[in-house]
Design a protein around this ligand. Structure first.
Ligand code: ADP
Ligand code: MG
Length: 421
């Protein structure tokens, strides 16, 4: 790199069963002869000598002494990109540093250590001590006010010298996603607090909570959640499934997104790789219980189609490894949408022979790839269709969604073009 910004860092990992990180290897971002970004990663020798060493991901960075290189994704390996902040976290860091555009290594180094998964980054060969200073749920009112200020001020000039800096650090989170959020701790462990935005078409916190409850009722494994009130406003709390509190700290599960499994990018050009069928093939290769995870992904795909969750892109799917084995993570970020079309709605990822079409026949067309018999898939889809139809309203009301918001989201469920099973 020609700029003065850092271009190398150490990569740390918290090993299964442990609460402190160890150094796994070293990552460097440079440019090739034509100036294109180029990333290198190498596992440390002493890391490879550990009997309990684990790979950072199951697809790209297997445990080996070789030097890994990548020109994809701006030179950032998928597992590192997954641990890097996304839209919201990047905004916070840019505001904090007073720069509009930073290097990828800056984002890795500057982001707080609450990121999804078990990785960490730093300039020292030895990893820092685990952080202990999570925000308490009590601070939510303050966090919400700061999130509001940042949201309202999204295009304001960057100024590192304001007192906002302190606030930004307070809310700072490396969790991905576009919505304002913070990580908070209570006696049960760590939660992601997702704040409503003033421009939301309905009460997102309550609606998302209702969808997670409905998903569980429909037999999906979904993240645990609850809604809390802060200064009269609702905040969704989603329990983190990649952290477990034990005496003396937190266990951390490694976590890799669907995007990395599919070796895909966020960009439009990469969209032909966004596919549930591609994803299930990867699950079948890397997960310890392929049949369970394949069936679970099938349920998730059907559920998303039935609630018009058209934001089911590959970053909204992930696999987790709490120990050495990988498995599909619980479902998260389930949000209904109400597109104008009643005839055809598309999921974000291909789900059958007719591409992304959220339609019963299409969802059934490739069910064998999910290791389901035709009859099994049909029965599953019929049952879920009836259940979503019969139960969405009750689930929403029980979650405190208002009558008016129920009217606003009604068109999301089992839209006419979904068709018959
Ligand atoms: N319960 C959870 N435990 C651990 N990580 C999570 C959990 N829910 C979401 N994540 C991670 O945080 C990211 C952002 O969360 P998400 O709910 O998708 O927010 P957004 O609505 O902003 O997209 C996800 O892409 C995923 O990597
Ligand atoms: Mg998301």
């Amino acid at each position: 790199m020609t700029s003065e910004r850092p271009s190398e860092c150490y990569v740390y990992v918290t090993l299964p069963g442990e609460t402190a990180a160890v150094t796994a290897g070293r990552y460097a971002l440079s440019t090739d002869k034509r100036g294109a970004p180029f990333g290198r990663f190498i596992y440390g020798r002493s890391y490879l000598e550990r009997s309990n060493a684990v790979a950072l991901d199951p697809v790209e960075l297997k445990l080996s002494a070789r030097t890994y290189t990548t020109a994809a994704l701006g030179g950032v390996f998928g597992a590192l990109r997954d641990a890097s902040p996304d839209y919201w976290g990047r905004r916070v860091i840019e505001r904090h540093l007073g720069h509009a555009k930073l290097g990828e290594v800056d984002y890795l180094l500057q982001s707080p250590d609450d990121r999804a998964g078990a990785l960490g980054f730093g300039l020292n060969q030895a990893p820092p001590a685990p952080r202990r200073d999570f925000n308490k749920t009590l601070d939510l009112a303050r966090l919400q006010a700061i999130a509001d200020a940042i949201t309202a001020d999204e295009d304001a000039p960057l100024d590192a010298a304001t007192e906002q800096v302190e606030n930004l650090l307070l809310i700072g989170t490396s969790m991905g996603g576009a919505r304002p959020k913070a990580v908070v701790e209570d006696e049960d462990g760590l939660w992601i607090a997702k704040f409503n935005r003033p421009d939301d078409p309905w009460n997102s916190a309550r609606v998302e909570h209702a969808m997670l409850v409905l998903a569980r009722a429909c037999g999906l494994v979904a993240a645990d959640s609850r809604v809390t009130q802060v200064a009269g406003r609702d905040v969704l709390l989603v329990k983190r499934f990649d952290r477990e509190r034990i005496d003396g700290g937190y266990l951390r599960a490694r976590m890799v997104s669907g995007l990395t499994l599919l070796r895909a990018e966020d960009t439009y050009q990469s969209r032909d790789k966004w596919s549930y069928i591609g994803l299930v093939e990867e699950l079948r290769r890397v997960c310890a219980e392929p049949a369970d995870d394949a069936a679970e992904l099938y349920r998730r795909m059907c559920f998303n189609a039935l609630i018009s969750n058209t934001d089911d892109h590959p970053r909204n799917h992930a696999i987790l490894a709490r120990g050495t084995d990988w498995k599909l993570s619980p479902a998260y970020d389930l949000t209904p949408t109400t597109p104008v079309s009643l005839e055809r709605r598309d999921l974000a990822m291909a789900c059958g022979d007719a591409g992304r079409f959220a339609n019963a026949a299409n969802l059934l067309s490739q069910s064998a790839r999910f290791l389901l018999l035709t009859d099994e898939a049909g029965a599953l889809l019929t049952g879920m269709l009836r259940q979503v139809q019969a139960e969405w309203y009750g689930a929403a009301r029980a979650a405190g969604v208002s009558e008016r918001d129920c009217g606003r989201i009604a068109g999301a469920f089992v839209y006419p073009g979904f068709g018959e099973v």
